[in-house]
Design a protein around this ligand. Sequence first.
Ligand code: BES
Ligand code: ZN
Ligand code: ZN
Length: 488
Amino acid sequence: MELNVHLGKPATFEGDAVIVGVFSDGDLTPPAEAIDSLSGGALSRLRGGAFRAALGDVLPLPLTGAGAPLALVLGLGARAGFGYAQAKKAAALAARRAQKMRLGRVGIVASGAPDPLAPQDAMEAALLGAAIGAYRFDRYQQEKGEGPTSISLICGRPEGEGAAHAAHKSASAIAAGVATARDLINTPPNEKTPEKLVAAVLAMAEAEGLDCRVIDRQELTKMGAGGILAVGRGSAHPPAIVVLRHDGGEGPWHGYLGKGMTFDSGGLDLKTAGGMLWMKSDMSGAAAVAGAMQAIHRLQLAGRFIAVLSIAENMTGADAYRPSDVLKMLSGTTVEVSNTDAEGRLVLADGMEILQREKVADITDLATLTGAIVIALGSHRAGLFSNDDRHAEAIAAAGERAGERYWRMPLDPEHKEALKSPTADIKSTGGREGGASMAAEFVHHFAGDTPWVHLDIAGTAFTEESGSLGHGATGFGVETLVRFAQRG
Ligand code: BES
Ligand code: ZN
Ligand code: ZN
């Protein structure tokens, strides 16, 4: 999909349809007024009646005398409370509709956003949202969809040109990163075994000119990365760690870390059939980190970022690790395995140690870590855990900017207590209660005092609904990590 900028009034856009937003209250914005007259006044006649302009409502209207034969009038809801997240969601829904209608070349207008949404942010939300909504994953289908082939940001005000180009640049890079993450997550597990996932990340890095190093099983063994090695032992496909670097000049390195379980069967503590259904998405943290690094590098952002992807498959083969095994982790800590389905924290622990050795200033990890966070927060908000209020606030602010929602969750000494083991330094689980905090506390052990944020994205990484994102991977977290890197 191509993303463009079209300079000129909506009527000058030559394509299949123009998307123009309309609020449910107040006057029409100037571009909406233009569409109203091009539709012979149909918009103003229908608005408030058959068309209420609730957020995401779409009203197709034929146009005469315009470069495009059709407008998709897009409901934006009430002006109050309209922000970046609402703009992005509405644009995504409009693009989904354009896809269903098999419209090829689509334009979108983003001017007239009410305060406090800045004009450039509105443009980014429109273009990025539309790109995200028009995404589809049809690699394994013989019949391909026919959705939008290009989306153009329409900018009719000369003074907005600079902002339009800046928005186009930023939205294009982030859209590419989000699509990379979603493609990787949607790929079936037989097609993304650890070797194949590593190869896919390498190919992306090579295409982008992003520095990439692979630590294979042999090297992990030499290093003593007992956590990820144990998790990968039940699989015919050896684990690996991928390290990506973006060096945007001076300053400290920031660490990103992602859980990359290409499939989580649970291991010997086998999941139920239902529990296994979405476990190809158990590498969503690693996918989001890879997608974010792609965007950060494309944008040539200032700042230094090192990303670690801990990649393995949790299976039940003859050499699978067992409950009661004691592992020596890369950091030297010994861990008694209490449940082989709590594998994410083990691969994160070894990845974390690699970042610690790089002396990063802070670490942000993303992981589909616990079912407990899904129960606690549902599927629209991810859990945020941290040992450092400043870093927590920086990531929360980035999430806010990205329109991705987080909720701060506790880390308590009682969880640390529950992870005490009679046999090893610590054990890997401590009971069902407070499961998301318990898992976070385990990861905390390896973060130590380094400012660290853990984002448990188990509930937000994929969706079974067909809302603004459609079915499957959401790419949740990519934009948060890019916005964190973009902060001035
Ligand atoms: N990958 C799962 C967590 C998960 C669950 C992700 C549902 C997405 C949707 C993780 O490895 C896991 O199995 N966690 C266990 C931990 C338990 C054994 C302490 C869980 O949450 O049940
Ligand atoms: Zn598991
Ligand atoms: Zn898992």
